[in-house]
Design a protein around this ligand. Sequence first.
Ligand SMILES: O=C(NC/C=C/[C@H]1O[C@@H](Sc2ccncc2)[C@H](O)[C@@H]1O)c1cc([N+](=O)[O-])cc(O)c1O
Ligand SMILES: [Mg+2]
Length: 214
Amino acid sequence: TQSTRPQRLLNAVQKKATRGDPRSVVKAIDDFCRHKEWAMNVGDEKGCILDSVVSEINPATVLELGTYCGYSTVRIARLLPPHAKLITLEFNPDFAAIARQVIAWAGLEEKVQLVEGASGDWIPKMKEQFGITTFDLVFLDHWKDRYLPDTKLMEECGLLRKGSVLLADNVICPGTPDYLEYIRSSPRYESRYFKSHLEYTKVEDGLEKSVFKG
Ligand SMILES: O=C(NC/C=C/[C@H]1O[C@@H](Sc2ccncc2)[C@H](O)[C@@H]1O)c1cc([N+](=O)[O-])cc(O)c1O
Ligand SMILES: [Mg+2]
């Protein structure tokens, strides 16, 4: 049977990366996507911005919306302090199965909880299911039309505290206009745009970092 792109990406990780070495897993995926097949990972240029935001916050609790193959999951988890937890939500079971193996190859299973399902269903259950009070950091990289409803849902469910940071991928390309309009005009957030490029291309894209004011 034909392999899928995520399966070919996983093969590249297992062939080129060293088990237990997250940096080599990140490099293997970036090399695969730059030289073999483009894939919608946040990539190395925006990934460095992601790294700096994670390092600045040093979060104990992280929520990632949209795991895909686990590239940004590995990028974030490798920087987390020992007892920090990253919960990542993935809707597509095939992507989730690949991501679990990528996360395992990086040796980061202890820090990551991959949950299969839709953000809209799981966000209201975060407190009771995972003992989360609030998230220090949320990385939004799932369906672009879900960024705004899920942000409102997180507010309503009390999952954001004064100082919680939302970091959103693709606010230019493919674009999340309703989310940008909301977050930039809301008095409850302080937002800043980090100009960059769409992964592995010269097309403009960027990350929007928004701090919740409570
Ligand atoms: O479409 C994009 N991302 C959508 C990502 C979606 C991911 O999140 C879940 S959906 C879901 C739903 C609900 N809850 C959790 C996950 C999908 O199964 C996929 O794994 C995208 C597209 C481009 N591009 O150039 O076209 C570039 C990017 O960086 C992108 O992120
Ligand atoms: Mg993205």
